[in-house]
Design a protein. Sequence first.
Length: 90
Amino acid sequence: METKKYSSYAQIDRELEILKIEKEISYQKLVFSVKKTKESFTPQNIVSDLIGSYSAAIPYGALVSTAVPFLLNKAVPFVKNWFAKRKRGV
């Protein structure tokens, strides 16, 4: 890497501003990536991706890959509510 030579403090300040903005952009990209990764780790997405990967090997794979996410969207909240009710003793 070549050493930069500056002829004024204004140039140094400008370079520091640019680096600060680049740092903020990189940080925001990282935050966005983490958010998207968290969103992708739901039971529905994990099963959907797994079923989708093997849909050719599964009999009626296209039907299964369509039905499973729908059923999970209905079943997961039902199971959560059921466990919550049992925990409360209702």
